[in-house]
Design a protein. Structure first.
Length: 465
């Protein structure tokens, strides 16, 4: 059975969805005022993998990831660039989808935007007001935090500890420093919508509660996001959702760990703010995804050139094993019976992969299983007698398991150039005649043209590097 570490209870729990066979999953998406950085890429990859695995295990997953497309940072950036907010947000939504698409992150079933959810947001706030949880103050609307008795249950903080560290910012008209904003009164030259409290726009926290309810219902199976969102964003989502809907908001809360750059916190002030589209100019997209998956999603991860190189070497080992099997299959006749011993090993590998992923999506252990598969595949591919059917099973298992992790092994195309084939034939003749000087000369000539030769028991294999 699949188990998730639930941030709400701080323990692993068996996964039991609300509706058998179906999963409702909401992930907090980006505020779209810039390109995403590698820290944003981590939850995109981590929770895409959760979704893929749930689908692999037979669940029908409805996956919702929102775009915050109206916000102080968005408005400020649009003003600095001299363009309207819609133009800015559309550009960066497209950029987000392009960058995450390059990392083989599947699009969500629904990508709601705040600006398309305004009616539901206003209705949500009105319900909170009717229940006595919200109050208007000079065009703003605030949530009465103390009225929600379970406030702090996600972050495990007491209301008194929170009260000691809270303050009222200039311009806020709160009854209590702990109260948070649901609706902001309009300022001059800012986007605004009509509401019962006058023109304005939503606060940050209310939007996710409204969008989750609109697209998934009052109670959802999984709510996920970065560890930095746990407090106050997710804490406030719980308070306002459960106060409005009188039921539990989400059954399982998943949070991914932070990313550091060369052992330092990523920040613009340190000059280590690494954008995904810049990183992909130097790092293969599958290597970056493999790197992210090599560490459990809840643990911190350090992005460094050394660790990226290690990930590249590891991913190459897996791909090379796949291509070794692929090549052996291309030169193997279908005369040998399937190998029962190898098929048992494949079954063991698959069971170990599922065991790892069932344990709170432990991709680090799942990657170790891929290395085990690569080792067994290489041994079998080099055997004197192999079964074509078994080789195909090995390739199928590679595709199956890497596919669950969102990793794609590109198809290696053999570029059958007649001149290259002729040179290889000439080299074989030279070796047979013990003319090793000519054989080495041909090898060097092919190497200069980026042709790599590999002498195998089944003949010479070649590829372009």
């Amino acid at each position: 059975m699949i188990q998730f570490y639930n941030s709400l209870t701080n323990k692993k729990e068996p996964f039991n969805p609300i509706v058998p066979g179906k999963v409702s999953m909401y992930v907090c998406g980006p505020t779209v005022y810039n390109y995403i950085h590698v820290g944003n890429a981590r939850p995109a990859i981590a929770f895409d993998t959760v979704r893929r695995y749930l689908t692999y295990r037979g669940y029908d997953v409805k996956y919702v990831l929102n775009f915050t497309d109206v916000d102080d940072k968005i408005i400020r950036t649009a003003n600095e660039l001299g363009e309207d907010v819609g133009t800015l947000t559309n550009r960066y939504i497209d950029a987000y989808l392009a960058d995450t698409g390059a990392l083989n992150v599947l699009p969500a079933d629904v990508h709601p935007r705040v600006t398309d959810t305004m009616e539901e947001i206003i209705d949500f706030i009105r319900n909170l007001e009717d229940e006595g949880y919200a109050y208007a103050s000079e065009g703003d609307v605030y949530f009465r935090t103390r009225k929600f008795e379970e406030y702090g249950k996600l972050s495990q903080q007491s209301i008194e500890d929170l009260r000691a560290g809270s303050r009222v910012d200039v311009g806020e008209k709160k009854e209590d420093p702990l109260d948070f904003v649901l609706w902001k009164a309009a300022k001059p030259d800012e986007p605004a919508w009509d509401s019962p409290w006058g023109q304005g726009r939503p606060g940050w926290h209310i939007e996710c509660s409204a969008m989750a309810k609109k697209h998934l219902g009052k109670t959802i199976d999984i709510h996920a996001g970065g560890h930095d969102l746990k407090f106050p964003h997710h804490e406030n989502e719980i308070a306002q959702s459960e106060a409005c809907n009188h039921t539990k908001f989400a059954n399982y809360w998943l949070h991914n760990g932070f990313i550091n750059i060369e052992n330092e916190k990523m920040s613009k002030s340190l000059g280590n703010f690494l954008l995904v589209h810049e990183a992909l100019k130097e790092v293969d997209a599958m290597v970056l995804r493999f790197f992210m998956l090599s560490v459990h999603y809840r643990h911190p991860i350090n992005y460094s050139r050394e660790l990226i190189n290690q990930a590249a070497n590891g991913w190459d080992r897996i791909k090379e094993a796949y291509h070794n099997v692929e090549y052996r299959l291309s030169v193997t006749a279908g005369l040998v019976e399937p190998s029962e011993a190898m098929e048992r090993k494949l079954a063991t590998v698959k069971a170990a992969f599922i065991e790892a992923m069932d344990d709170d999506i432990n991709t680090a252990n799942a990657v170790t299983v891929l290395f085990d598969l690569a080792k067994e595949a290489n041994i079998y591919a080099k055997a004197d007698h192999v079964s074509k059917d078994t080789l195909e099973q090995v390739l199928d298992l590679f595709k199956e398991l890497t596919g669950v992790l969102g990793l794609t092994i590109e198809v290696e195309t053999e570029l059958l150039d007649a001149e290259v084939d002729q040179l290889i034939l000439e080299r074989n003749t030279a070796r047979a005649d013990r003319n090793f000087a000519r054989a080495d000369e041909i090898r060097d000539l092919l190497k200069q043209q980026n042709i790599q030769l590999e002498d195998t028991a089944q003949g010479v294999r070649w590829k372009r590097s």
